[in-house]
Design a protein around this ligand. Structure first.
Ligand code: NDP
Length: 294
């Protein structure tokens, strides 16, 4: 296995495969369409939307970005989502998070049609994922799984430790790696801010996945020799020397590098795959809509 697990290679392969799918849909006159709801002006969400637009354009997927005022009323946002739910030309719906504090994310995500829920925010999709049923896999856990498949990382019987238990990364990822199937079958431990003796746990990991949002948190003494490190964290910090902002992971890459068998870089790791897995979910949603309209 290569020592540096680059995400771009994985994304390239996914996008090449999807191009064929998009062409097949075009042959029958179908152009996949994603509607993004962006409320207010969160810089990270704005950046993500632009990346999605760029990738969608390249691939032949239409992206309709709906930018809404930050003081939009909850009912008005739900109404707009309902319009997209029933519009047969819209195949996927993405609600950008975080939402302004006066909006209740749980209530609003419940309003997304689960069959168009390409970011897998609806509880129905979360429940299906838990039970190992066919569903949309949230884009970041899906990106981790794609990396595991691409580099043929053996998870069967492996001890996997995940740092972070959020609903969008840690929790679904733990469930996916626990499933009784290929590229899963792992023994999974999930850690969070209340975990005691964290270092003892991380040191036992054959595969350590960090998704906590703490720059340079994982150091060499927390890792097992020859383990595999997957760094999901994306943290913006001010570089002392250049006085410029830069992105780093949760893992102290320099200190860990010599000790481990393989590691994902930040940037250029999981983050590079996430948009490709979103594109994959849009194609899946498009196919679902075709089956329903038969
Ligand atoms: P959240 O803030 O929602 O969750 C963070 C999790 O980390 C929580 O479960 C929290 O524990 C845990 N945690 C925080 N501090 C510690 C600590 N000191 N020790 C152990 N656990 C800790 O973050 P997200 O899941 O949304 O994102 C995590 C990281 O992944 C971020 O850096 C984010 O930028 C990145 N990310 C990357 C994506 C990509 O495409 N590559 C996509 C999405 C996120 P508790 O539950 O107890 O609070």
């Amino acid at each position: 296995m290569e020592k540096i697990l680059y995400g771009k290679k994985v994304a390239k392969k996914i996008l090449e495969d999807l191009k064929i799918e998009v062409e097949k849909l075009a042959d029958i006159g179908v152009v996949p369409l994603l509607t993004i709801f962006l409320v207010g002006t969160d810089p990270a969400s704005d950046y993500y939307s632009k990346t999605i637009l760029k990738n969608g354009n390249k691939l032949g997927i239409k992206i309709n970005l709906i930018s809404l005022k930050k003081d939009i009323q909850e009912n008005e946002l739900i109404k707009q989502i309902e319009n997209a739910n029933v519009d047969p030309d819209v195949h996927g719906i993405l609600l950008q998070m975080p939402l302004p504090s006066h909006l209740q994310p749980d209530k609003i995500t419940m309003g997304i049609n689960p069959e168009k829920d390409v970011d897998s925010l609806h509880p129905l999709n979360a429940g299906k994922l838990l039970l190992g049923k066919e569903c949309f896999i949230p884009c970041t856990p899906a990106a981790v799984l794609e990396l595991i498949k691409f580099y043929k990382i053996n998870t069967d019987g492996a001890r996997v430790v995940i740092l972070g238990r959020s609903n969008i990364v840690g929790m679904p990822l733990a469930n996916l790696l626990l499933q009784k199937c290929k590229y899963a079958n792992a023994t999974v431990t999930v850690c969070h801010s209340h975990t005691k003796d964290l270092e003892e746990i991380t040191k036992s990991a054959d595969i350590l996945i960090s998704a906590i949002g703490r720059p340079y948190f994982v150091t060499a003494n927390m890792t097992k020799k020859d383990s595999i490190i997957i760094d999901v964290g994306i943290n913006r910090i001010l570089d002392k020397d250049s006085k410029q902002y830069k992105f780093v992971g949760d893992v102290d890459y320099e200190s860990v590098f010599e000790k481990v068998k393989a590691i994902t870089p930040v940037p250029g790791g999981i983050g590079s795959i996430t948009t490709a897995t979103l594109m994959s979910n849009i194609i899946k949603a498009t196919k679902i809509s075709l089956k329903e309209n038969k």
